[in-house]
Design a protein around this ligand. Structure first.
Ligand SMILES: [Zn+2]
Length: 286
């Protein structure tokens, strides 16, 4: 069923697992991700970044919400990395059930002010809000905008931030980067910091830039209280690596012949993430 981010994440927080948020800007990939989530009986966030919204068009959101309504698993359609209040209004208007406001590059006071305003508006119409404190890095040219160096989330500030804004979930910076890690950059999560934040902040915590991190670190972060993990690069790499292979046959032209093996490759990666996040079978809890 279609539901809000809060409805999904509060259960994940209570039962100590993480829900994957797969970034989608292609309808075939969307269908594949919903299918694998149903096969794994796992709750799901469909994450769509504003750049991806511009690519796919807002009209597709209605089709996605229809698909979610008749799904056997809980699905939130989530506006990823909203930058402005006006973007949030668009998200609400076109049918998203969860929004992220990311003012993490602004001052603490400005981040609090806009996150609070977005939370008040979204809550007025029953939707949920994720905000970000600290900034995650940008690892490659196709990664989302960020800082070259990570600004780690301060646990004390996090308590103040959550209290002042009333947001439903919080994205924290504990060592991940958006995009794919170059060979010179070794991903390393500060798990002690995560533990400290989780001890103080009761709401669900979110990990962005979850692609390319070692599985054991991700598994640890789930055990320590991460409840949503954003995966974009890893599924897109799987999809398009297979597509390059398929398109070696120059005789192919029909998407219905080209896309299915690519979808299958993407689903295999997504299935692995769902297992790693301990989300498999968790749709039963809703
Ligand atoms: Zn992100």
């Amino acid at each position: 069923m279609l539901t809000t981010g809060k409805a999904i994440l509060d259960v994940a927080n209570e039962k100590n697992f993480a829900v994957p948020a797969f970034n989608i800007s292609d309808y075939a990939m969307f269908n594949g991700i919903v299918d694998i989530s149903e096969e794994k009986h796992a709750p799901l966030f469909i994450g769509i970044h504003p750049d991806e919204v511009r690519h796919i068009g807002v009209d597709v959101i209605a089709a996605m919400t229809q698909r979610a309504h008749r799904s056997s698993v809980p699905i939130a359609i989530h506006w990823d990395h909203g930058a402005t209040y006006e973007e949030m209004l668009t998200a609400i208007h076109v049918g998203f059930t969860s929004v992220m406001i990311d003012a993490s590059l602004q001052s603490f006071a400005d981040n609090v002010a806009i996150s609070r305003k977005v939370a008040e508006t979204a809550h007025a119409v029953g939707l949920s809000v994720e905000a970000e404190l600290g900034t995650i890095g940008k690892a490659d040219s196709e990664g989302e905008a960020g800082t070259d160096a990570i600004i780690y989330t301060d646990p004390v500030d996090a308590v103040t931030f959550v209290r002042e804004t009333g947001v439903d979930s919080l994205a924290v910076a504990i060592g991940t980067y958006h995009g794919l890690y170059p060979k010179t950059l070794k991903p390393e999560l500060k798990l002690d910091l995560l533990k400290e934040i989780k001890d103080r902040v009761r709401i669900p915590l979110v990990l962005h830039g979850g692609s390319g991190n070692p599985d054991d670190e991700i598994a640890q972060s789930v055990k320590l209280g991460i409840n949503k993990i954003n995966i974009s690069s890893d599924i897109k790499v799987a999809y398009h690596a297979k597509m390059r292979e398929v398109l070696a046959d120059a005789g192919l032209r029909e998407p219905l012949n080209i896309q299915p093996p690519c979808i299958a490759a993407m689903k295999a990666v997504a299935a692995h993430k769902i297992d790693l996040f301990e989300a498999t079978g968790k749709a039963d809890l809703y």
